[in-house]
Write a protein that binds this ligand. Structure first.
Ligand SMILES: [Zn+2]
Length: 371
């Protein structure tokens, strides 16, 4: 049921515009996917997400497996109905959280054993289990279990993690094929730290397995920007051209432009939601820090060109007051604006590719920056 079609390819760069078909409807690419780790994009409702132009959101396997768990989700036949989001959902495999959040994570022949960060209970997450959980979550796009390397990582450390990730990818692929969940897509994940040769090997081996799409994991983990882009540039061309390519956990608007140029189609990042809750607003002029005194009496919205609910109705002065007063509405209004900015920023990139004006878009983006 899942498919991907490229509609327009840029002549000057590897940028492309396409459409994915999923069990819960189409997704136009390039696309920005808001992060809803615990079955909620923090502080906003599904209606507000949709009003921001959101096509697809993320959920997290590790968190949703531990809480609320299978019994609850099964009663709703999956995550969509449980959280009242009827459009596509992509679920992260949980690999990243097992290694970063859980206690006593240990790799065994079966998978990775760990203790829950919530109650200390013992669990085993294997490649097969990761597919099973994403099966009952009924994700439109599932991700393979992977081991992300921290930065900096030694060559040997990164190689080991890439090898384990590849072995797990093969097992995830086999579990997916035998699961009967053909309506769900499965993406393979390229690892290899910041070592281009490891990334190339990882991409080539994964490409031999017929995944629905491919992702680059373990980027934007503290490395300098040029290393991130070099690493992405090493792996992206080796992934099958006709499949969607997803850069996990990246990034700032300028990073998205650079990665689209390299041929990336999908992005997710906590930046718009997390920074909204920290009082930072993304605009065409740059990032606004709402606590700054210059906004104390400012009657303008955060971005005059923005058509979001927040910018249509509220001033910088009011948003600053809400934030300084720690009013809950501050987080909601800031999040609505930032999500609208990110989702529509990538949507405008798509339109520019379709119109053959991506280079002009890129130039204007940097010209508009003031802050
Ligand atoms: Zn706005």
């Amino acid at each position: 049921m899942f498919s991907f079609e490229i509609i327009q390819q840029s002549s000057a760069t590897h940028a492309r515009a396409g459409v994915m078909q999923t069990a819960h409807g189409p997704v136009e690419t390039p696309v920005f996917m808001p992060v809803g780790t615990l079955g909620s994009v923090k502080s906003v409702t599904p209606e507000e997400l949709a009003a921001c132009g959101t096509q697809i959101i993320l959920g997290n396997t590790y968190h949703l497996y531990l809480r609320p768990g299978r019994e609850v989700i099964d009663r709703f036949h999956g995550l969509h109905r449980f959280m009242n989001w009827r459009s596509p959902i992509l679920t992260d495999s949980g690999g990243f959280q097992v290694f970063s959040l859980a206690k006593l994570a240990r790799i065994t022949a079966e998978g990775v054993s760990f203790q829950s960060h919530i109650d200390g209970s013992s669990h085993l997450l294997s490649p097969e289990k990761a597919i099973e959980i994403q099966g009952w979550l009924n994700a439109d796009i599932m991700m393979c279990l992977d081991q992300c390397t921290a930065y900096p990582a030694s060559y040997d450390g990164a190689r080991q993690a890439a090898e384990i990730t590849l072995e797990w990818a093969r097992r995830c692929h086999a579990a997916w094929k035998s699961s009967g969940n053909g309506h769900q897509a499965l993406f393979g994940i390229v690892q290899g730290g910041m070592h281009p040769e490891l990334r190339r090997t990882s991409a080539e081996c994964l490409a031999e397995l017929d995944f629905s799409g491919y992702a680059l994991g373990g980027l934007s983990v503290g490395e300098p920007l040029d290393r991130m882009l070099n690493t992405a540039a090493a792996a992206l061309p080796l992934l099958p051209a006709g499949k969607p390519k997803y850069i996990m956990g990246v990034g700032r608007p300028e990073d998205l432009i650079d990665l689209v140029c390299l041929g990336a189609d999908m992005f997710d990042c906590v930046l718009p939601t997390r920074n909204a809750r920290n009082g930072q607003l993304f605009t065409a002029r740059g990032v606004i820090t709402i606590t700054h005194a210059e906004y104390r009496q400012d009657p303008d919205p955060p971005d005059r060109a923005c058509t979001c609910y927040t910018c249509r109705n509220y001033s910088l002065a009011y948003l600053r007051h809400l934030f300084l007063s720690r009013e809950l509405l501050a987080y909601r209004l800031n999040t609505i604006h930032n999500l609208h900015y990110f989702v529509n920023f990538v949507k405008r990139i798509r339109e520019a590719i379709l119109n053959g004006e991506f280079e002009i878009f890129k130039k204007r983006f940097y010209e508009n920056r003031e802050i």
